[in-house]
Write a protein that binds this ligand. Sequence first.
Ligand code: SF4
Length: 373
Amino acid sequence: MKNKFCNFLGNGLYISNSSSDLKIAPCCFYQNPTIIQNLNDNLSNLNLQIEKLLNDNSKKNLSHSACNTCILQEQSGIASYRQSSFSYKSHTKNEIVALTIDIDRKCNLACASCNENDSSLWYKEKQKFGLPVKDSVITMHNENTTENLIKIIDAILQLDLSKIEWIKFGGGEPLLSTSHLHFLTKLSEKIDTSNVTVNYTSNYTVIPKHNVFDIWKKYKKIELSGSIDGVYDQFYFFRWPFKFEKLQNNIKVLYDNCPDNVEFKIEHTVNPLNLYYYDELEKFLLEKFPSNKFGVPNYINIHPCWGHLGLESVNQKVLNLTKDKLGSDHKVVKLAEQVCDSTELNTKYLDNLDQMRQTNWREIFPDIEKYYV
Ligand code: SF4
C-alpha cells in the first residue's frame, strides 16, 4: 500500500495483559486496542484474532484519534513512534515486523506514575495498606505465573515471525523474569535473528546474567532503555524504592559488562512535577553517561505521563517558569503545551504516597510545589 500513515498499522503487533484479559494493538501507544476476554479459553484463537487485527489495520492505514500520542509528539517537535515505524520494511498485511510483548507484571518497584495494573510490588503495597484492588487485577496477578506466561509466549511463537525486525519487551521489569529469555531462545532456534533488534524498557535494577548475554549475542542489537524521570531525591520519589546512587552504580556495571551489541537509551516521562527540572536530568546524563563505551550517543526519548501524574495537570505558572528556565521552544515545554488542560493535579495522591513511604514531595520539588494545592 502506498502513502501509509504508519508502518505499524498492518505490520506492528502489541500484546499486553494488564488485566485478566489480553489486549492486542498495532503498538503500545495505540489508544483503541482489541480486547480478548477470558484469555485462557481463547488462547487457541489468538492467531485468528491477530490476523484479523493486522488485516483491519492494514486496510485502514490512516491518521485517527487512537494515534494521538504520536500526533502530539510530532506537533511538539519530538520524534514519534509513527516516524520510527518507517525504519522497518513494509510487508504484506499479515507479516509482523515489529512486536511488543508486554505480558509480565513482575516488578520490584512501585513507581509514582505506575499502579497495581502494571507492577506486582504496587499490588503488594496496596494489599499491605488495605487499599482497594479490582477483581480483574487480582486475577491477573494470581495468573501471572511462569507457566501461564510461557503458554502465551508459545502461542506468540506460533505466529509468522519470519519478517520480524524489532521486538520490544515491556513489563513490569522484563529482566526480572525468564519469559523474555524463553522467547528469544525459542525464536533464535526458529529463524535467523542476526537482523533482529531487541528493545527492553527496564528500570535498570537488574544486571543480567551471562546466559542472557549469550542469547543477546545472537541478535543484531539490544536496546536497553532505562526509565529515568529525574535525579537524586526526585528519582527516588518517582522510582520508589530504587535509590539514585544504586541506579548510577548499575548503569556503570551495565556499561562495563554488556556485550558489544548493547545500546543504551533513556525513557523520560514528563509530568507536572519534573517538567521544571528537565535541565538537571539532561545535565546529569550529558556529564556522566553521554555515550556507551563505544562512543554511541545515548538517546533520551521523551513522552508525556498519563494517570495520577498526567502531564495534562501541569499548572500554568509552572509551565511559565519552565519556559523562562528552558526557553519557550524547548521540546519539553512544547509537549506540555500540547497536553495541558484545566485538570488539577491530584495532590491527595502525592500526600498518600508520602505517608506510605516516609517521603515529602513538597520538600523534593521546592520550586514548584506551592502552585499545586
Ligand atoms: S501512529 Fe503511533 S499510535 Fe498509531 S499505530 Fe503508529 S505508532 Fe502506534
